[in-house]
Design a protein around this ligand. Structure first.
Ligand code: ZN
Length: 74
């Protein structure tokens, strides 16, 4: 009787432990996803002249390419 209770307790303990790990993993994954989303795709610019990809968070409509200095439009 005690033995059955003990194994039952261990099963619950392992189940809870796995659940905590799963929640922690999902939380970390969600945070990583949020971090990725913080880089807005509209801040990523692609130069049409030299095909250079760069990030510009200041400009919205027209931005200057840091490599060749040409103006790029969205
Ligand atoms: Zn360029």
């Amino acid at each position: 009787m005690i033995n059955i209770d003990f194994s039952y307790a261990i099963t619950i303990y392992i189940f809870l432990f796995v659940n905590i790990l799963l929640v922690a993993w999902l939380f970390t994954k969600k945070r990583q996803k949020d971090k990725d989303l913080s880089l807005d795709p509209r801040f990523i610019w692609f130069c049409s002249v030299c095909t250079y990809t760069y990030i510009n968070t200041k400009e919205d409509a027209i931005s200057t390419c840091p490599r060749c200095g040409s103006y790029n439009k969205k």
